[in-house]
Design a protein around this ligand. Structure first.
Ligand code: ATP
Ligand code: MG
Length: 433
């Protein structure tokens, strides 16, 4: 019997996890600057949370859910996105209470599950870096949160990014606009794609989002939702534009842009890469305002704003630009041992060095010294400590800085009793000259 991983799921081996850890750590620094705090919610929840939260007509709920009945006959789903779970947690833990500073700013980096056709950049288990802000309807929150997303990409020196924004107005606006859009599309019904025909009465805004060429031609002339905004939404959108300009963030307005999830209102946005190797106009981040969702999920009326970055796509962007990922757990010292008698001293030495905070690997297989040195090189060790019979008798250790190949001898006593970290810093310079 042989086993394979389930279609569309990933194994991340150390070459990958090093990149992932590096990107996560780096992103977390940016998130800290904006004072976002991490939340971790379960990877499965009640099915209804998603069908309510994300919307029955969305692709996610209608086609892509991983749902099942557990042994207690509960309808469960693996989370297809992060927002619904965080909102559920916000409501269940009463985080709207007065003891919490408003707005609340949360983030997560977590796996999501969607039953999709696996292909490059599209997996059944994938990851999102998402943020959610609760309790501010200030357009400055929209802009600051979009700026955060842009900052995350820019901090890795990713160029050719495009921020695209639109406003969906409020529920009332969407109702009126929905009808206007149906009225416009109906005479074109026969020319619409099969998907768009289906969406026309269920969720006509999604027709605007169609990737079909003929659909695109038709919707190019469709009425713009921006002409239907009420005073409040119009003001908000203008303020968002003004603040983006104040931050010198370039953006485009695309009045045909909608989001696949049903809960958004007013500002929505996407960040796209124009990197031609990547398939230009690939969305790497998407989000917007969702002022009705907390109430929909049973909490008090609370404005919200969030986004999700497709983590795999972020990793791929960096790989494409040949980003130089530093080793997260870089090796400080490799201990070469010559002769079986050194085994006991080597295990003690490694233990002392690790206790001093150094990253240490050693030889376990008693191979020839040349092989061991090759390994030290391959593992990118900074120093090689050599322990042979000679050293053992004299109570010393041979220290080599691989960068220059220069060597020195230290007393084993000094290494185990002194401050080895300080010590290495001192001798590093002498070994560099
Ligand atoms: P798409 O139109 O590409 O299917 P979406 O509207 O379903 O996108 P969202 O639900 O907004 O995407 O998710 C936000 C981001 O998560 C996307 O921009 C993308 O980068 C990433 N993403 C979505 N689905 C997948 C997947 N199956 N595999 C990998 N990344 C994904
Ligand atoms: Mg999708």
């Amino acid at each position: 019997m042989s086993y394979q991983k389930i279609k569309g799921t990933p194994d991340f081996l150390p070459e990958d996890t090093n990149k992932w850890q590096y990107i996560e750590n780096h992103a977390k620094e940016i998130l800290a600057r904006y004072q976002f705090k991490e939340v971790r919610t379960p990877i499965f929840e009640q099915f209804e949370l998603f069908s309510r939260g994300v919307g029955e007509t969305s692709d996610i709920v209608s086609k892509e859910m991983y749902d099942f009945y557990d042994k207690g006959n509960r309808h469960i789903a693996l989370r297809p996105e992060g927002t619904a779970g965080v909102v559920r947690s916000y409501v269940e833990n009463k985080l709207y209470g007065p003891e919490h500073h408003k707005p609340l700013k949360y983030y997560y980096i977590a796996p999501m599950f969607r039953y999709e056709r696996p292909q490059k950049g599209r997996m059944r288990q994938f990851h999102q870096l998402g943020v959610e802000v609760f309790g501010s309807s200030n357009p400055a929150t929209d802009v600051e949160t979009m700026a955060l997303a842009m900052d995350i990409f820019k901090s890795f020196n990713i160029k050719n990014l495009k921020l695209v924004i639109n406003s969906l107005g409020n529920i009332e606006t969407r109702k009126i606009y929905r009808q206007a859009l149906i009225n416009y599309l109906e005479p074109h019904f026969d020319d619409l794609s099969k998907d768009s025909k289906e969406r026309l009465y269920k969720n006509p805004l999604r027709v605007l989002d169609s990737k079909n060429k003929k659909d695109k031609e038709i919707v190019a002339e469709a009425p713009s939702i921006l002409d239907y905004l009420d005073e409040n939404s119009k003001n908000n959108f203008e303020t968002v534009n003004e603040y983006l300009e104040a931050l010198d963030i370039n953006y485009e307005i695309d009045n045909n842009m909608v989001r696949g999830l049903d809960y958004y209102n007013d500002t929505i946005f996407e960040i796209m890469t124009e990197d031609p190797d990547f398939g230009s106009n690939t969305t790497v981040c998407a989000g917007g305002r969702y002022d009705g969702l907390v109430e929909e999920i049973g909490g008090p009326s609370t404005p919200g704003f969030g986004f999700g970055i497709g983590f795999e796509r972020l990793v791929m962007l960096l790989e494409n630009m040949e980003y130089d990922f530093p080793e997260v757990a870089a090796l400080d010292i490799f201990i070469v041992t010559i002769g079986k008698e050194t085994n006991k001293e080597a295990i003690k030495l490694a233990s002392v060095l690790r206790a001093a905070g150094l990253n240490v690997e050693r030889e376990f297989l008693n191979r020839k010294p040349t092989k061991q040195f090759k390994t030290a090189d391959k593992l990118n060790a900074k120093y090689v400590f050599t322990l042979g019979e000679n050293e053992l008798n004299k109570g010393t250790i041979n220290v080599k800085l691989l960068e220059t190949g220069k060597e020195t001898v230290l007393s084993l006593d000094k290494v185990s009793k002194g401050n080895i970290v300080e010590y290495l810093e001192e001798i590093e310079n002498s070994l560099k000259d």
